[in-house]
Structures are given as C-alpha cells and as structure tokens.
Design a protein around this ligand. Structure first.
Ligand code: 13P
Ligand code: SF4
Length: 308
C-alpha cells in the first residue's frame, strides 16, 4: 500500500469519515473509496451512512445531494474549482418557476443533475436509473422534466404522460459526442458485441442501442450476462469500474468504448493528494441554505420512496 493511501486510511479512521465515489472517478479514487456507485446508489449510501464526515468524490450536484440528505453531517469535496457538471447549471430555478406558471397543472421532476435551489422547486427528483418509474408514480398527466432533453426522450418512450422538457436544449457535453456514425463503426468492427448506452445519449443513438441503462445498470448487465463483448456508450471510466468488478471474479470480458474521448473533465479533478488534503484540512465543506435543504430533501425523499 502506498504512503498516501495509508495516510488516507488512517485519517478516515481517526475522523470516522466515509469516502463515496461516482463510477466516473479515476481508478485510484475508485480503489480507495468505501463505496463506488451511480448517482442513485450514492444517494442511498449517503442517506444510510453513520459516518461523521462524508468525503464525496464526484461533481458539485452529487456532493450537494449528499449534504441535503445529511444536513447535520460534514460533507466535503476534495476540489472546489472546475468541478461543476455543466448540465446541472442549465436549469436555473427561475426557468422552473416560469415553466410552473405556464403549466400550473403539471408536476415537476428534475434530474439529480441540478443545483439544490432547482431541486427545492421540484415535486420529485430522479436519476437515470429510476426516471421512468418516478414519472409514472406521480398522480398527474403532465410533467415538466429537466434539464436533460435526452433523458426526457427516454422517459417519454416509457410513459403515457405528456413530458415537457425544460429547458429546450439541456444536455451533457460528454454524451452528446456519440453519433450514429460511431454506432455504425463499432457495429462493423465488433459485430458480436452488445451496445449499451446511457439515456443522456441522443435519441437516434438510444434507438440503435441494445440496451439504454444508467451506469449502475450497465455494470449489473455486463456482470450478469453470458455475453463476452460489450460496447460502452458512456463516460470511458465506467470501463475501469467494470474491470475492477471483473477482477474480483476472475472473469474475462471485452469492453470497448463507443468513443475514446468521452471524458467528463469535472469528474477527473479529484486526485489522491486532494483526498488526503481534504481529510486532513477538512475542506472544502458543502454549505447550503437550510430552507433550500428542507424543500430539496422532500423532492429527493419522494424519489427514494419509489421502488426500483
Ligand atoms: P448515473 O446516474 O448513471 O451514474 O449517471 C450520472 C451522470 O452524471 C451521467 O453522466
Ligand atoms: Fe455532468 Fe455529463 Fe459529467 Fe455526467 S458526464 S457529470 S452529466 S458533464
């Protein structure tokens, strides 16, 4: 074990801290984390933990969500600069307020990839793992849904409710890179592979895939399938994550990225050195307005009450 990993483990124990990491984190972060998961699994873990300090290795909205679910705990993020998920900033609270005025009969579902003040205006949050189930659980015919227009498309194919995307063009810059041309190329090169894509991909890419799944859904699919080859249509580090799982079982599978440049830069800002400093200096702390926490928590709890 390297010196830095030893120091991290020691600090974690001294301070009763837990390290939560998203599936897109660098390999060395995935290896030292207590739990690695998709955004829904991380919400559930954040809610269940009895640690005094949560060190969140992910992007801004994920650490905020952990804080909303643990207002009495210290939630830290190892880096504060350039860790914003651009999509989460595409749906300002003001846009939700205006849309609610225009559609007073609609309920509001926002992706967890939103800021806390936007969540505070929603009836429920959702992740890519449960978006269709959350929408279908609501007692209404019309849903204002944002910010990801592609996730709105995914949901609209799985519900009879009217889905109104807010804003018009919300998207993830990483998943936007995948094109129909990419799909045709990999299908030619790997005719026996299954194509798994994330619901943040464009509709035409989703329509050509074998499965449209959250990152957690992709991991489970690969691990439980009899198939040997998979093309992964999401951020490239998910392949690292699946390989670490396969290492445990000794099973060999071929994992091909749909594009090698599908990299989420904000997710890569966290390093082992920053995690060590974060634990030692207890910074950077996530702080949110109490009123916002109270309201956003109701929307998140509503999502968590929907069974998968
Ligand atoms: P998951 O919920 O599948 O982990 O996705 C989160 C995300 O930000 C995808 O870009
Ligand atoms: Fe945000 Fe896209 Fe990165 Fe996910 S992959 S955190 S949606 S920028």
């Amino acid at each position: 074990m390297s010196d830095i990993v030893q120091r991290i483990n020691q600090l974690k124990e001294e301070k009763n801290a837990v390290i939560l990491a998203h599936n897109y984190q660098r390999e060395e972060i995935q290896r030292i984390a207590d739990f690695v998961g998709d955004s829904l699994e991380l919400c559930i873990k954040a809610k269940e933990t009895d640690a005094d300090i949560i060190v969140f290795c992910g992007v801004d909205f994920m650490a905020e969500t952990a804080k909303i679910l643990n207002s009495d705990k210290k939630v830290l993020i190892p880096e504060i600069k350039d860790i914003e998920c651009p999509m989460a900033h595409q749906l300002p609270a003001e846009v939700v307020r205006r849309a609610k005025e225009e559609h007073p009969d609609a309920m509001v579902v926002v992706y967890v990839n939103t800021l806390a003040e936007t969540k505070a205006l929603a009836d429920a949050t959702c992740t890519s793992a449960n978006a269709d189930r959350v929408v279908n659980s609501l007692d209404c015919d019309k849903v204002l849904f944002g910010p990801d227009r592609n996730l709105a498309y995914f949901v609209s194919k799985r519900t009879n409710k009217e889905i109104i995307p807010i804003p018009e063009d919300g998207h993830c810059y990483v998943h936007k890179k995948f094109t129909v041309e990419d799909v045709k190329r990999v299908r030619r090169e790997y005719p026996n592979a299954e194509l798994l894509v994330h619901p943040e991909c464009d509709p035409e890419v989703q329509d050509l895939a074998d499965y449209v799944l959250s990152t957690g859904g992709m991991i489970r699919h690969v691990l439980n399938s009899d198939k040997k080859e998979f093309i992964i249509g999401t951020e490239c580090e998910l392949i690292t994550r699946i390989k670490l799982e396969l290492e445990k079982t000794g099973e060999e599978k071929v994992l091909i990225p749909l594009r090698k440049d599908a990299i989420c830069d904000p997710m890569k800002r966290i390093t082992l050195e920053k995690v060590e400093r974060c634990l030692r200096e207890e910074k950077y702390e996530i702080t949110l307005d109490e009123e916002i926490i109270k309201k956003a928590r109701i929307a998140i709890e509503r999502m968590l009450s929907v069974k998968i």
